[in-house]
Design a protein around this ligand. Structure first.
Ligand code: ADP
Length: 270
């Protein structure tokens, strides 16, 4: 009987579970009455990778801050795992353009910092093995005890990835994490990010200015229109996984980039 049950479980793919959901989210800054976002609805499935792309000032950072619980929306609902997001949470990890490691702490001490802040020094000590495993996962095995001034920009961002993952977040929010790196390191780190997301089954949401970066990494790209920021188009990226950098030269990749570029070139999308 067990074998029969297994076969039927295999033949019917499980419905992907929604981890994160925005419904009709708007944000107007009270100070200057700028309507930064309006009517944003999206649902992110577990293990999926999504990007948001749009011109400067169209509301990308505002969207990420609302999703992280750093600022409240003016309207609509923000929900993770069925619970409303009302402030910063341990199950949401974030990564920014700069690694911002503390120079007086070693790599492993930086990685364990979120645990130390949340649960104290002894909890951080107990999590050391997990921190070391993460460092190995990103290729920083052996660099646990060095200080940030001995790490390259790419290595520092890898350490920042570990710091983001150490609390085992369900959702990771990425604000152009590799934009300060040179192009070769950036391509390499993007492929690493894909591998790490696959290995940790993270659900990821990336803000980027780069169309090709959005396409190579994502299952879905949200194109944001400005004033107020709203979703102009959702582009499904049906390239096979794992993605490789040589896909960038394929006609299919080119067509997806062109479709997004055309949408962005339409300016205000009126
Ligand atoms: P992006 O990240 O796409 O460049 P932002 O989310 O930073 O866009 O900004 C969207 C709009 O909201 C802009 O018009 C910006 O001036 C305004 N804005 C952003 N942050 C604030 C704030 N703290 N107070 C008032 N207005 C803001």
């Amino acid at each position: 009987m067990a074998a029969v049950a297994n076969v039927s479980a295999l033949s019917i793919p499980p419905k992907a579970e929604t981890v994160y959901e925005l419904t009709g989210v708007g944000k107007t800054y009270a100070r200057n009455q700028v309507r930064a976002l309006e009517g944003i609805s999206l649902a992110l499935e577990r293990g999926s990778f999504s990007s948001v792309i749009g011109s400067s000032g169209c509301g990308k950072s505002t969207l990420l801050k609302v999703m992280a619980g750093l600022i409240p929306p003016s309207s609509g609902r923000v929900v993770i795992n069925g619970q409303p997001v009302r402030g910063p949470r341990r199950d949401i990890g974030m990564m920014f353009q700069q690694a911002t490691l503390f120079p007086w702490r070693t790599t492993i001490e930086n990685v364990l910092l979120p645990i130390e802040i949340n649960a104290g020094k002894s909890a951080a000590k107990a999590a050391r093995e997990r921190g070391e495993k993460l460092l190995e996962l990103v290729g920083l095995g052996g660099f646990e005890n060095v200080y940030p001034n001995e790490l390259s920009g790419g290595m520092a961002q890898r350490a920042a990835i570990c710091r983001m993952l150490v609390t085992e977040p369900d959702m990771i929010l990425l604000d152009e994490p590799f934009s300060a790196l040179d192009e070769i390191s950036r391509d390499f780190m993007n492929m690493e990010l894909q591998r790490i997301c696959a290995e940790t089954e993270a659900t990821a949401f990336l803000v980027t200015h780069s169309i090709s970066e959005a396409v190579i990494l994502s299952d879905r790209v949200y194109v944001l229109a400005p004033r107020p920021g709203r979703i102009a188009e959702v582009v499904e990226i049906d390239l096979p996984r794992p993605r490789t950098l040589d896909m960038i030269t394929t006609p299919k990749f080119g067509a997806l980039v062109e479709r997004i570029r055309t949408r962005l070139d339409q300016g205000d999308f009126e």
